[in-house]
Design a protein around this ligand. Structure first.
Ligand SMILES: [Zn+2]
Length: 188
């Protein structure tokens, strides 16, 4: 079975397809690089207003670290593009697997933060060959995502937000103990 078959089973990006997969050397170790290409005739999305926009130019390729497989680190490689959005001007496009300038894919961040429910952040970092900071940023991303979606859903519209303990307990991401929440929120 090809690696691409597994990836397509796990991830379906409407406007993108997986290209070639190959080994490459990353920090002295073998790692897997998975190319991602825009699907033909698909439209790029503005990362600012999330609407389709006209292509402007192409930037350098970026690596997004994904969930490791069989001990190999996995990276998505993509040539980021910029769009000329009629609402926002020239902006970097939005990609469904990444978020802003974060180095990890959304899926990997979610994966790490799920493990962070059971293990210390340091243990998670050691187990997955990543850094404490990346685990920290993953947990923060998931917590922020949970809060944004809860607020956007209007669940608390017009009312003062409940204490953070309740917010953490009710969002769809990991249920974090108070001290981790504090670290995730205030960078302590
Ligand atoms: Zn826009």
């Amino acid at each position: 079975m090809l690696l691409k078959t597994i990836l397509n089973k796990c991830h379906r990006f409407k406007s993108f397809v997986f290209g070639k997969t190959e080994f490459f050397e990353h920090k002295g170790l073998d790692a897997i690089e998975v190319e991602i290409l825009p699907r033909k005739n698909s439209r790029a999305i503005c990362s600012c207003c999330h609407n389709p926009a006209t292509l402007y130019d192409t930037l350098d390729s970026r690596l997004f670290e994904h969930i490791p497989i069989w001990g190999f680190r996995v990276f998505f490689k993509y040539l980021m593009r910029r769009v000329d959005c009629k609402n926002c001007g020239v902006k970097v496009e939005e990609v469904p697997w990444g978020s802003g300038k974060r180095e990890l894919t959304k899926t990997y961040m979610h994966y790490l933060s799920t493990w962070a429910k059971s293990l210390s952040w340091k243990e998670v970092a050691v187990r997955f060959g990543t850094s404490w900071e990346k685990v920290f940023h993953s947990v923060r991303y998931i917590v922020d995502w949970g809060l944004d979606n809860r607020i956007m859903s209007g669940a608390y519209s017009g009312a003062k937000l409940p204490p953070f303990r309740l917010k953490v307990a009710t969002h769809s991401g990991p249920k974090l103990p108070p001290f981790r929440w504090k670290a995730a929120t205030f960078g302590a």
